[in-house]
Design a binder for this molecule. Sequence first.
Ligand code: ZN
Length: 259
Amino acid sequence: MTLTTMAERAPRWPGLAWLKSAGLKRETREPPLLRLGERDLPIAIRRLGRARRLTLRITRNGHLHLTIPDWVAESEALAFARARAGWVATQLASLAPATALGPGSAIPYRGETLRLVWEASAPRRVRLAPGGLHLGGPIDALEARVRRWLEAEARRLCLADLAEYAQRAGLAPPPLALSRAQRRWGSCSAKGAIRINWRLVMAPDAVRRSVVAHEVAHLRHFDHSPRFHATLAAIFEGDLAAADRWLKHEGRGLYALFC
Ligand SMILES: [Zn+2]
């Protein structure tokens, strides 16, 4: 979406009209660059007559956009941007890169952070041990194996949650399926099948459990009526509002890994 927006807002090069009128064939101009250590980052410039100030912005993809009001010279704007190279470097470093996991990677697990400890000679099986998540075997398949381990943990934990809440609601435990939904944390079908997003294994226990409890409450009331909320409040031991807030603010972060 950001890319579309960028294409729609193709920068208008101030020098182009002059180049054309001077009879030169050159139709494009290389964008100005910002030197960052070893590399040069292109600066996409946009002239905006109604802009009241210079704006330097970094998109989520790591592109640099400089918006210049008509009354500011480009050289002045570039000096402004280049004076902020340190800030740009810091911002780029903090962008969550969708990189593959490797030794030393941080893995969120039940609200905590585990370090991935890999040793070629260690057993292949992933195991939770002091210091992090340990495994051996081929290094190129680390991510898939860690994901499988997390999914197995999600199943184990959600089955236990489900049994507990079903019992509190006076019901037999329903069947469970893990989901890989992009936007849903949980769902309950009219037939009573519950699906829980496997990524919740990375969230704090109370957050995962609140989602399971919510779906179990739907087995009693297939709506969001006051009776549904009363059932949910009766079976869930934690702070529902806090769990909802966590999902709202931190939930997207559960998609930063295993994309
Ligand atoms: Zn619901």
